[in-house]
Ligand binder design. Structure first.
Ligand code: PEP
Length: 259
């Protein structure tokens, strides 16, 4: 059973006041979301303020990144233990902006995924090809490499806590989303790979989200695909009403979760 999951990635946007206002509006607009689980990932500086607002709410808190160590001489970094202490139950890892702008390697991402699980959080491993890689027919090769490396060495009970997000780099922040068909093809490929890497059971239960220019008007078409279990939303999650509409449109039809 896979309940759709909708995650808002606020990236590096929002002072305390802006984050509070956005969190309040999302919380109030999604008081009892039916057939969908919702998470917001504010910038690190806004986590305590948003955690306070979301106390007891149906919307959960996530972080946008973490280090793999629990503590130490890592100037400027934030550990999973620190995030867990603030109430973060989720963490985005391997986002394409981290991979490309900050040169994060598959090995580092793998260490982060393992550490997030160890600290009781649920890692969302992001994978996706660039425009050039897609044109060269390398989409499956790229996402396969990122998934194999990102999950390397994890035990099956750890993998059961993990979520995947297919985020084609060419669709992030561009206004050009993958079509439902393009996304479904890659999601199907990833699900097959999970079956091979872990088990058929995990392939049936793991949630695979789509991310890349998701908006209120394309969310439903994407999430109606049987292999698309929700969405990871960047720009449109900064407008409370857009995000709330996306969450509602992604909810499982007639209250039924995907199997
Ligand atoms: C993202 O950054 O994860 C993302 C999907 O961004 P956007 O929705 O703005 O394309």
């Amino acid at each position: 059973m896979r309940t759709p999951l909708v995650i808002g990635n606020w990236k590096m946007h929002g002072t305390q006041a802006v984050a509070r206002e956005l969190a309040q509006a999302v919380r109030d607009g999604l008081k009892r979301p039916r057939g969908v689980e919702v998470v917001v990932c504010p910038p690190f500086t806004a986590l305590p303020a948003v955690a306070e607002i979301l106390k007891g709410a149906a919307v959960a808190l996530g972080a946008q990144n973490c280090h793999w160590e629990a503590q130490g001489a890592f100037t400027g970094e934030t550990s999973p233990a620190m995030l867990a202490e603030l109430g973060c139950r989720w963490v985005l890892l391997g986002h394409s902006e981290r991979r490309h702008a900050f040169r994060e390697t598959d090995e580092e991402i793998n260490r982060k995924v393992a550490s997030a699980v160890r600290h009781g959080m649920r890692p969302v491993l992001c994978v996706g090809e660039t425009d050039e890689e897609r044109r060269q027919g390398l989409t499956f090769t790229v996402v396969e490499g990122q998934l194999r490396a990102g999950w390397a060495g994890l035990a099956s009970e750890d993998l059961a806590r993990c979520v995947l997000a297919y985020e084609p780099v060419w669709a992030i922040g561009t206004g050009v989303n993958a079509t439902a068909g393009q996304a479904a093809e890659v999601h199907g490929y990833l699900r097959g790979l999970v079956s091979e890497l872990a088990s058929k059971e995990l392939a049936q239960s793991v949630r695979i989200l789509y991310g890349g220019s998701v908006k209120p008007d394309n969310a439903q078409a994407l999430t109606q695909e049987p292999d698309i279990d929700g969405v990871l939303v960047g720009g449109a999650s900064l407008q409370a009403q857009s995000f709330i509409t996306i969450a509602k449109k992604s909810a499982a039809r007639s209250g039924a979760s995907k199997e």
